[in-house]
Design a binder for this molecule. Structure first.
Ligand code: PMP
Length: 367
């Protein structure tokens, strides 16, 4: 058997492991920030109908520019984001991971760098590596907020080509205030100018508003979004971005032709027809998230403020040991490698009760 190390793989990939949370068969899985609610039956039927229609044309390549889908996404953003956007402002791909990959292929790459404020979504750094972009780990304060003077200094010092701001942040859950994003955008323009990518994967769960209105007059700003969380469609693989039309034109230079299958486009269009129902589930999840925060604090855990569909809690001396003990009680949470802290995704009320029972027991065992 040939091992990876015997292949002439790129030096920066040697000895690395693929990204991915453990996919374990456990009764309660609260580890990947998925939406716990299956799609409603009328939507499932609508998807079947639209996919049936699409299947009749599968001998042809799909709409390469996904115009209808981008138009509907623009309408969704305009309605919910309080900022008018058209098809020319929106681009879609297979998950926001692919959106981020296309952005780094376009604006990063060999000889260029990207900076993110860590701990944050670790795929930003991994996609940077995969695209040959240098990665710079920017600072966060002890409370996981972005310390603005330190962040501005990091941008001025490293002059990155791309700056990532994840809000609400994963895995910590807290949102970045709009004033901070604006100041970082200004710092990035003064330093380079760089592209600033605001990753809003969890924005629908936030107490605050989307940063979409900041796009006005800021051609180097990009907001990335996904249907994996609020739309409950992680299996669909549909991410999208909103930006100046020039950014949409630029990412076309790296996108693979026909990257978004006709089946994907049909399914996403069906889901967008059911936006109101799906956003109703988001409201339930926000209430459950707030309950998790309150109950975890009542049990005696420290909790980071959450604007997402998950909650970071701690602190643990032996973080991985605590993760394992919760798993032994039948509940899978996430150890993101943040020392002292674990992350739990808001599930159904029953799943959250099971989780709270498990961590209540754990607390007694640890005290
Ligand atoms: N951004 C953030 C902050 C995330 O947490 C995730 C998913 N965990 C993504 C992007 C990627 O989501 P997807 O590729 O499913 O759209």
């Amino acid at each position: 058997m040939t091992g990876i190390d015997e292949l002439p793989v790129r030096d920066e990939l040697r000895g690395k492991s693929p990204y991915g949370a453990p996919q374990l068969d456990v009764p309660v899985r609260l580890n990947t920030n998925e939406n716990p609610y299956p799609l409603p039956e009328p939507l499932v039927e609508r998807i079947a109908e639209r996919v049936r229609d699409a299947a009749r044309n599968l001998n042809r390549y799909p709409d390469r520019d996904a115009v209808q889908l981008r138009t509907e996404l623009a309408k969704y953003l305009t309605t919910t984001g309080h900022h008018p956007l058209g098809v020319e402002n929106v681009w879609a791909a297979n998950g926001s991971n692919e959106v981020i990959q296309q952005l780094l292929q376009t604006f990063g790459g060999p000889g260029r760098t990207a900076l993110g404020f860590e701990p944050s979504y670790s795929m930003h750094a991994l996609i940077a590596r995969g695209t040959g972009t240098g990665w710079i780990s920017g600072p966060r304060g002890a409370d996981f907020t972005i310390d603005l003077p330190a962040a501005e200094r990091a941008i001025a010092e490293h002059k990155p080509d791309v700056v990532f701001i994840t809000t609400p942040n994963n895995p910590t859950g807290n949102a970045v205030p709009p004033e901070t994003v604006l100041a970082l955008y200004e710092a990035a323009q003064a330093a380079k100018p760089s592209m600033v990518v605001v990753d809003e994967a969890y924005i629908e769960f936030s107490h605050g508003d989307s940063l979409l209105p900041l796009l006005e007059g800021r051609p180097h700003l990009v907001v990335s979004r996904t249907m994996s969380k609020a739309f409950g469609a992680a299996g669909l693989r549909l991410g999208y971005l909103a930006a100046d039309p020039a950014v949409v034109d630029a990412v076309q230079l790296v996108r693979l032709p026909y990257h978004l299958s006709a089946v994907t486009q049909a399914t996403a269009l069906a889901a967008l027809e059911h936006t109101d129902t799906l956003l109703g589930y988001v409201e339930q999840l926000k209430a459950e998230r707030d309950r998790l925060v309150a109950e975890l604090r009542a049990i005696g855990y420290e909790v980071t403020e959450s604007d997402a569909n998950f909650v970071q809690f701690g602190r643990f001396e032996d973080t991985h040991g605590a993760w394992r003990r919760i798993l032994d009680k039948g509940v899978l949470v996430r150890d993101n490698g943040v020392p002292g802290w674990l992350r739990v995704t808001a599930g159904t009320p029953e799943e959250n009760d099971a989780f709270l029972d498990a961590v209540r027991d754990l607390k007694k065992e640890l005290d």
